[in-house]
Design a protein around this ligand. Sequence first.
Ligand code: ZN
Length: 245
Amino acid sequence: MDNLETFRSWVKDSKRIVFFGGAGVSTESGIPDFRSVDGLYNQKYSYPPEMILSHSFFMNNPTEFYRFYRDKILIDGVEPNITHKKLAELEAAGKLTAVVTQNIDGLHQKAGSKTVYEVHGTVAKNYCTHCHKFFTGDEVRDLIDESPLKLPTCDNCGGLIKPDVVLYEEGLDDEVWSMSVKHISEADMLIVGGTSLVVYPAAGLINYYHGNRLVLINKSETPYDKEANLVLHMGLGEVFGSLEV
Ligand code: ZN
C-alpha cells in the first residue's frame, strides 16, 4: 500500500478524526501565507508582517495596520477549496469531530463545517474597542474599503473597531484552547495539514494526541515528521481530492 492508500484506509477506519490545519489549507483558495515575507511586502510596507500584526502596533498605528489587514488578510471573494469541503463532508458523515485551525479566514464554516476551533481567532468577528458592539467581517470591509483608507469606527460610540484575531503579544482564548485540547486528546486519528508546526503555542497542540494515526501532510518537512505515523509531502488538495467520503 502506498502512503496515500494508507491515509485513505485510516480515514475509512476512524470514527473520531480531528484535523489541525495551518496556512497551507487556505493558500489553495488564494490566501497568501503572510509569514512568507517576499519582496512585495518589503516594497509596499515599512514594517514586517509580524510587527504590523501585533497588539502594540494596532494601538499605535491603526491606519497602517488596517492597510495591511485590508490588502493581505481580509481578502474579498475567496472560496473554500476541496480540502475545506472534504473536511465538512467527513464531519457530516459522523467521522470527524472537529477542525482546529490556525487560520482566521472563516473558510471552514463557509464550506459547511460546524465544529471549528479557531485558535488565532477570525476575521468574521469584530468588536468596538470601546462599547464592544459586534461587527461582521463584511461590515468592516465596507467601512475600510475607501481610498485613502478610512479607519473602521463604531456607529454607536465612535470607538475603533478591532478584529477578533489573536495578534502577536496577545494570549489565546482559554475556551477555544481547552476544547481543541479535548478533541485532539480524544481523537482516534489526527491529521495535521498545511502547517510547518513552528508557530507556538498552537503547534504544541499535537502533543495532546495519544493515538497511533498521526498523519502529517505538508509540502516541506516539519520538526514532527519523525514522530508521525504517516507523512505525506504532498499538497493538501491532492490528498483530500483523492478521498471518497
Ligand atoms: Zn462602540
